[in-house]
Design a protein around this ligand. Structure first.
Ligand SMILES: CC(=O)N[C@H]1[C@@H](OP(=O)(O)OP(=O)(O)OC[C@H]2O[C@@H](n3ccc(=O)[nH]c3=O)[C@H](O)[C@@H]2O)O[C@H](CO)[C@@H](O)[C@@H]1O
Ligand SMILES: C=C(OP(=O)(O)O)C(=O)O
Length: 430
């Protein structure tokens, strides 16, 4: 298995281009199920999750090409995908594929809307909590679907004549359940209202693309979304918004090592809370016409107290990275994880660098230490793996990170991007 080796202690200087957002690209690709016409997606990151979802969609009959080439062709920067679902030949999403990536479960709503039936394996994905799908099923039932769980599969059927609009009030904010119901409702008969909807920018991005495809949606990006169902959707072209989690991650890399980096194409308005936290920690963050500029020169990192929350709160997907950064702060920080009950697997790995972190339920207390030392560590999930990169960049000596397939799910060309700013990061063949 491949590993990443880091020799720590170098400041970062230069420019890092921010890729398209994984968490928008995936549901956007899934939206292609809703139309027989071509959906073109620009600025799609080259990630393991994107190619795996391509295989899953292919299984349903979606033809995916990369800017004129077949999908296997490798290349450098973000890619343009053409997705065309002229005929849906199979409405089953099998365990072997869905168990590898959580977002693939979101094919359920679109398959139901377009074909009136679907059989989708219960999902897998990052082991950061139990991650049930009850809200997804509750939402689709409110649109008239009949749903049974049999042998590890969700078996869903739309009523005769297709899904019908309804009122869905989620008991708790769920990004995935909002995507699933939004896509299904776009083609249900009549009006759907989603209350307590997720407000994440990726939801608004998907809604914008659906609108280009002919859907009638208002309120996406707020907690009440209204959808007037239409009988057909058509092709469209849409550019994926920049990845706010990648942006926050590289900002924290620079905060950790010190230096001066411009995060090209990054959008500050997607990261109000993380930027406020970085500033509180003593990091200079400024908007330029090329993107966000991150600087820390000499001054110590100040401790912070942060709680994760749905958007616009501090994202759980940046919690591990922030914790890595706070291991070197000048004092004691507290970080409360309120979204996922098992998203602290990086704690024991960060301890290998000499970090001082104690856990009490959902609360982590991080006592800043004077130095971290490089160590062999293991990636346990996507964002945990990049927190180890952040620690490794500031640690004295050599760090090797194993199981980096987690990292490849969500970070495009990480070694290249950090290497271009002076970091010593290399991928070792397994
Ligand atoms: C591909 C993608 O975009 N993944 C993101 C998405 O995951 P995902 O969509 O899986 O996360 P959710 O927003 O659904 O989960 C939020 C909380 O709701 C709970 N829940 C969710 C659904 C459900 O049916 N029942 C239930 O109890 C979950 O266990 C969790 O505690 O949002 C998470 C929260 O911002 C992010 O960390 C993930 O990166
Ligand atoms: C947890 C994540 O992804 P997924 O929901 O696909 O597991 C993530 O992107 O941080």
């Amino acid at each position: 298995m491949e590993k990443i080796r880091i020799r720590g202690g170098r400041k970062l200087e230069g420019t890092i281009p921010i890729s398209g957002a994984k968490n928008a690209a995936l549901p956007l690709m899934i939206a292609s199920i809703l139309t027989p016409e071509r959906l073109t997606l620009e600025n799609v990151p080259r990630l393991r999750d994107v190619s795996l979802l391509g295989r899953i969609l292919n299984n349903h009959g979606v033809d995916m090409t990369i800017a004129g080439k077949r999908q296997q062709t490798a290349g450098e920067a973000s890619q343009t995908l053409h997705l065309e679902a002229a005929d849906i030949c199979d409405t089953e999403a099998p365990y072997e594929l869905v168990s590898q990536m959580r977002a693939s479960f979101w094919v359920l709503g679109p398959l139901l809307a377009r074909c009136g039936e679907a059989r989708v394996s219960l999902p897998g994905g990052c082991a950061i909590g139990t991650r049930p799908v009850d809200f997804h099923l509750q939402g689709l039932k409110a649109l008239g679907a009949q749903i049974d769980v049999e042998g590890g599969y969700v078996v869903a059927k739309a009523p005769k004549g297709g899904l019908v609009g309804g009122r869905v009030t989620f008991p708790k904010v769920s990004v995935g359940a909002t995507h699933n119901v939004l896509m299904a409702a776009a083609m249900a008969r009549g009006q759907t209202v989603i209350e307590n909807a997720a407000r994440e920018p990726e939801i608004a991005d998907v809604a914008e693309c659906l609108r280009k495809m002919g859907a009638r949606i208002s309120g996406a990006g707020t907690s009440t979304i209204e959808i007037e169902g239409v009988s057909d959707l058509h092709g469209a072209t849409h550019e994926v918004l920049p990845d706010r989690i990648e942006t926050g991650t590289y900002a924290m890399c620079v905060a950790m090592t010190g230096g001066d980096v411009v995060l090209e194409n990054a959008r500050a308005d997607l990261l109000d809370e993380p930027i406020a936290v970085l500033r509180e920690a003593g990091v200079d963050v400024s908007e330029t016409n090329r993107g966000l500029r991150i600087q820390r020169n000499g001054q110590a990192l100040q401790p912070i107290s942060v709680e994760t929350a749905p958007f616009p709160g501090f994202p759980t997907d940046l919690q591990a990275q922030l914790m890595a950064m706070m291991t070197r702060a000048d004092g004691t920080s507290t970080i409360r994880e309120t979204i996922f009950e098992n998203r602290f697997m990086h704690v024991q790995e960060l301890a290998r660098f000499g970090a001082d972190i104690s856990l009490d339920g959902e609360l982590a207390t991080v006592k800043g230490v004077k130095r971290l030392t490089g160590a062999p560590v293991m990636a346990t999930d996507l964002r945990a793996s990049v927190s180890l990169v952040i620690a490794g960049l500031a640690a004295e000596g050599e760090t090797t990170i194993s199981r980096i397939y987690h990292l490849d799910r969500g970070f495009e060309r990480l070694e290249e991007k950090l290497g271009a700013c002076g970091a010593e990061v290399e991928r070792l063949a397994g």
